[in-house]
Structure formats: C-alpha cells, structure tokens
Design a protein around this ligand. Structure first.
Ligand code: HEC
Ligand code: HEC
Ligand code: HEC
Ligand code: HEC
Length: 204
C-alpha cells in the first residue's frame, strides 16, 4: 500500500475502533493500554480470543480473561415491598460478577490471563467493596408488568434487563452501565440529568 493510502487506512481503523461502542473505550477509565502490564492492549485485561475462562458450570462468559472475584458479598436487603418472586441473598452472578472482579476492592485490576499474581493496581477510587447493602440492588428480577411504581418491560431501553444462567429479566450492573462507552460519564447507558436513567424503570 502507498504511504498516503496506508495513513488513510490507519485513521479509518482508529476511527472504527473508537466508534465501535458509541464513543468507545479508548481514553476512558477502562482503557489500561498505557499501563506496562496491559501489553499495550485495550481488550486484554478483560477479554481474550482463545483459552478464555468459563463459568463453574462450563458456560461461556464473554471470552473473559480477568481473574473472577472470590469474595462473598452482602446483598441489598432493606426492600420496602415484599415480593415472593425476589431471590434472597443470592451472590452476584453474570455480568455483575465480572464488574465486581475489579470493583470489589480486593481483586487486582492487573490480575488477568492466569498470569503471575503480582497484583499492584486496585480500582480503589471506585471500589464498591463487598458490602452491597448501600448500593442499588442487583441480581433481582424486574417486577411483572402492571406492578405500581414500575414502567413496563418493553419500554426500558436504553437501560436493559439481563438474563444469565437460566435467570431472566434481572437488574444487574449492566442494566445501567455499559463498560465500553463513557459518552454519558460513569459508563452509564444514558444521560442521567434529571434522574432520567432512574425514571426509565421507576414510575415516580
Ligand atoms: C474493563 C473491562 C473490559 C474491557 C477493557 C473490555 N470489555 Fe468487553 N465486556 C466487558 C464486560 C464486563 C462485558 C459483559 C457485558 C454485558 O454482558 O453486557 C463485556 C462484553 C463484551 C462483548 C459482548 C457483549 C457486547 O457488549 O457486545 C463484546 C463483543 C466485547 N465485550 C468486546 C470488547 C472489545 C472488542 C474490547 C476491546 C476494544 C473490550 N470488550 C474491552 C468488559 C470489558
Ligand atoms: C479490569 C478491571 C475492571 C473491570 C472488569 C471493570 N472495571 Fe470499571 N473501572 C476499573 C478501573 C481501574 C476504573 C478507574 C477507577 C479508579 O480510578 O479507581 C474503573 C472505573 C469505573 C467507573 C467510574 C468511571 C468514572 O468516570 O469515575 C464505573 C462507573 C465503572 N468502572 C463501572 C464498571 C462496570 C459497571 C463494570 C462491569 C460491566 C466494570 N466497571 C468492570 C476497572 C474495571
Ligand atoms: C440502577 C442503576 C445502577 C445499577 C444497577 C448499578 N449502578 Fe453503578 N452507578 C449508577 C449511577 C447512576 C452512577 C453515577 C452516580 C453519580 O454520578 O453520582 C453509578 C456509579 C458507579 C460507579 C462510580 C461511582 C462510585 O460509586 O464510585 C461505579 C464504580 C459503579 N457505579 C459500579 C457499579 C457496579 C459494579 C454495579 C453492579 C454491582 C453497579 N454499578 C450497578 C447506576 C447503577
Ligand atoms: C433497570 C431498571 C432500574 C433502574 C434503571 C433503576 N432502578 Fe431502582 N430498582 C429497580 C428494581 C427492579 C428494584 C427492586 C424492586 C423490588 O424488588 O422491590 C429497585 C429498587 C430501588 C430502590 C429500593 C426500594 C426498596 O424497596 O428498598 C430504590 C430507592 C431505587 N431503586 C432507586 C433508584 C434510583 C435512584 C435509580 C437511578 C440511579 C434507579 N433506582 C434506577 C429497577 C431499576
């Protein structure tokens, strides 16, 4: 390829990489490519194309490369409304467990690839810790349509309900967050001005 064409092609690739997930992950708090331990790669701390980890039951986990948290979490429990369909005290799973594999304050950010455990970096500033009683409930099923106070399931986008491991319509970290795009700040799925994100589900 001629030099000019090559430069144009490279710019195109860079633009594509930056727009693949909205504004993209480049330059966000989830871009560790400038850290020596990341080997200059953006996806590697979280994903790997081969020899990725599988869940305990053998199911796949988005080609996950990062060490998975071993912590035991204390779940939100102070629900005002008693609902029989709510799982009680179930440990985090699905995508929430992947997020907590860095945001638990205990698992190092640079522990991935089954490599040597010489962890040095923790998501300290944004650690939720292992006590999730003071965080929005996760791992809970969204109420059936018609329950007062909640919007119908069909109209929730761009927030979303998550299904994993046989469970359906869960509120998980990724209901509100998109780890690859920081367009709205805080890796949120939408602008939360006027608590718009909250009102996407809550009818208040
Ligand atoms: C900080 C960790 C992190 C980094 C870095 C990261 N991802 Fe992800 N990725 C996740 C998590 C967590 C999920 C699961 C999200 C879900 O289930 O919605 C995921 C899911 C995915 C998925 C499947 C679901 C979807 O959103 O389409 C693809 C494809 C993907 N990532 C591609 C990439 C690529 C390509 C890169 C590098 C440019 C990358 N990711 C970097 C954490 C990361
Ligand atoms: C590979 C480790 C890793 C994974 C996996 C990961 N994060 Fe992060 N995240 C970080 C680090 C490190 C920061 C920067 C925080 C800091 O400076 O302490 C961060 C920052 C954030 C921030 C704050 C951004 C800001 O502007 O302050 C949010 C929100 C966030 N992550 C949510 C998530 C969610 C939700 C998931 C799962 C979908 C996730 N993260 C998965 C490591 C990770
Ligand atoms: C119901 C929506 C919702 C759910 C579910 C949710 N978050 Fe958040 N999260 C938010 C909002 C909104 C903010 C921004 C708060 C602000 O700007 O003050 C935030 C902020 C954060 C931050 C940065 C601020 C801080 O507290 O340090 C992190 C990290 C984070 N969330 C991680 C997670 C993880 C990990 C999960 C799952 C265990 C999760 N979130 C579940 C809505 C949610
Ligand atoms: C993806 C949908 C969704 C989004 C977005 C969402 N919530 Fe929730 N929220 C729920 C569900 C479902 C429950 C649990 C309802 C139940 O089982 O009683 C809940 C519970 C709560 C509770 C606790 C109620 C109790 O009984 O203790 C509060 C408070 C709350 N949410 C506030 C917020 C705020 C503030 C935001 C925005 C930052 C937000 N929610 C965003 C779905 C959502």
């Amino acid at each position: 390829m001629r030099r000019g064409a090559w430069v144009a092609f490279s710019i195109l690739v860079a633009v594509f990489a930056a727009t693949a997930f909205g504004g993209g992950i480049v330059g966000t708090g989830h871009d560790f490519s400038s850290e020596v331990w990341s080997e200059g790669r953006i996806c590697l701390p979280c994903h790997v194309p081969h020899d990725a980890q599988t869940d305990d039951d053998g199911s796949t986990m988005v080609l996950w490369n990062h060490s998975v948290t071993n912590e035991t979490f204390t779940m939100y429990s102070g629900f005002v409304l008693e609902r029989l369909d709510r799982d009680q005290d179930e440990q985090p799973g699905g995508a929430s467990k992947l997020c907590l594999s860095c945001h638990d304050g205990a698992t190092a950010v640079d522990a991935f690839g089954g490599g040597p455990e010489s962890p040095s970096m923790y998501a300290t500033d944004t650690s939720l810790g292992t006590d999730l009683r003071d965080d929005h409930p996760i791992g809970i099923q969204y109420p059936p349509d018609g329950l007062a106070g909640f919007k119908p399931r069909a109209n929730l986008s761009p927030v979303k309900l998550v299904s994993w491991g046989g469970r359906t319509d869960r509120v998980e970290c990724t209901s509100c967050h998109e780890p690859h795009s920081d367009d709205f700040g805080m890796f949120l799925r939408m602008d939360n001005t006027g608590s718009a994100l909250c009102l996407q589900c809550h009818d208040k």
